[in-house]
Design a binder for this molecule. Structure first.
Ligand code: NI
Length: 169
């Protein structure tokens, strides 16, 4: 099943999501549907609040279907360690055609649960590290443009408001 991707300024995107507590077939189906919805929308990461499900769950595939080993499911994830910094461009399925450079840690270690509820740790650098930080932010109700300078954030919000008004959103 394909989910519709929720766009800013829907309030679900700015809510702190609830932990996942049931690790059942329904969760496995949701994860499959999230990957399918993400690929259809041509994204490399999708967090459950972006499909109007306020739960701490995100799927990531930085290879975009090229390498099945790159499919990552993070349930109730937490960044437990971070190092260095990187400054690269990001986009977001909930903010169509909005792109800007965001400062992120260069390396992060994430502790999360898999679809069976088992805990694991995963590390990432470069794009994967950015995806971890961007997607985990979604679970805390944070969109990437909220990391920009006050000026850039205001310009971005003004352009979004204009696009919404013009029906171009
Ligand atoms: Ni996003």
């Amino acid at each position: 099943m394909l989910y519709e991707i929720i766009k800013y300024p829907d309030p679900v995107l700015e809510k702190v999501a609830e932990p996942v507590t049931r690790f059942d077939d329904e969760l496995a189906k949701l994860v499959d549907d999230m990957f399918e919805s993400m690929y259809t929308a041509e994204g490399i990461g999708l967090a459950a609040p972006q499909i109007n499900i306020s739960k701490r769950l995100t799927v990531i595939d930085t290879s975009f279907q090229k390498n099945p080993d790159d499919k990552v499911v993070l349930i109730n994830p937490e960044i437990v360690s971070r190092e260095g910094s990187q400054y690269e461009e990001e986009g977001c399925l909930s903010l169509p055609d909005v792109r800007d450079k965001v400062k992120r840690a260069a390396w992060v270690k994430v502790r999360a649960q898999n679809i069976k509820g088992e805990f694991f740790e995963i590390e990432g650098t470069e794009l994967l590290a950015r995806a971890f930080q961007h997607e985990i932010d979604h679970l805390d109700g944070i969109l990437f443009f909220q990391h920009l300078s006050r000026l850039k954030k205001d310009l971005t919000m003004r352009s979004i408001r204009k696009r919404i008004k013009n029906g171009d959103w």
